[in-house]
Design a protein around this ligand. Structure first.
Ligand SMILES: [Zn+2]
Length: 229
């Protein structure tokens, strides 16, 4: 492989397990890419690993994130069910907030009439109407947040499950830039000790990598937990 001045696909992704420094990339004899600890704290004797070997190890971390079709189906059904609860919660909050906006509007309307009738002074009107309008704006912002949460919740849960179903296929079929994006999505952090790579997964992938979701599902059906093939 010819090496140009490209940026390295997995630079900054991994930390050295011995000293905690970043694992950085370089080229050897302009022929191949290797990775090693920067040893910037000076107390580490880093070992090199070639990029192709590192990719094999990273691929194994991706392969551990696995969800079988049965578990995926069950998880999606559970997600739909919890989304109903979630939606009801947000709808109730939105109704409550809208009620408060209406209440403030009634207050504003009647204060306005009082001002026209000369029952309250301009100072009082300016001060109170400003305050109530500000409160209305804040309530509207809260409504927006509830509406967005409602939409995001189900969509993101579903796409994460779909992603888990095909994570390793994606890994095998995609170029390095996409592989790196996949790793960033799956991994919270990753360490290298010179031989082995250890990954800590983000939620919900940590449950999949540890087979927890499958265990719960099989437990419910009275089956024994089975590690992924
Ligand atoms: Zn180190």
């Amino acid at each position: 492989m010819k090496v140009s001045s490209r940026s390295f696909a997995y630079a900054g992704l991994i930390k050295c397990e011995h000293c905690g420094c970043s694992v950085t990339a370089g080229t050897h004899k302009k022929k191949y890419i290797y990775y090693r600890c920067t040893a910037s704290r000076g107390d580490c004797k880093p070992r090199l690993i070639r990029e192709d070997r590192l990719e094999e190890l990273l691929g194994e971390l991706v392969r551990a994130v696995y969800i079988d079709a049965d578990t995926a189906e069950w998880a999606i059904a559970a997600l739909k069910e919890s989304h109903t609860d979630e939606r009801e919660y947000h709808s109730a909050q939105i109704a409550k907030l809208q009620g408060e906006i209406t209440k403030l509007q009634t207050r504003l309307d009647s204060a306005y009439e009082d001002r026209v009738d000369g029952k309250i002074g301009d100072d009082y009107w300016e001060r109170m109407s400003g305050k109530w309008r500000l409160q209305q704006m804040e309530l509207r912002a809260s409504i927006d947040r509830h509406e967005q949460a409602n939409e995001v919740y189900f969509g993101s849960g579903l796409s994460l499950l779909r992603l888990a179903e095909r994570a390793h296929d994606l890994w095998l079929s995609q170029p390095q830039t996409e592989r790196r994006k996949l790793l960033d999505l799956l991994l919270l952090n990753c360490t290298f000790d010179g031989e082995r790579l250890r990954g800590t997964y983000r939620k919900p992938f940590c449950w999949l990598a540890e087979g927890q979701l499958s265990s719960i599902w099989r437990g419910r059906r009275g089956l024994n937990p089975r590690p992924p093939a």
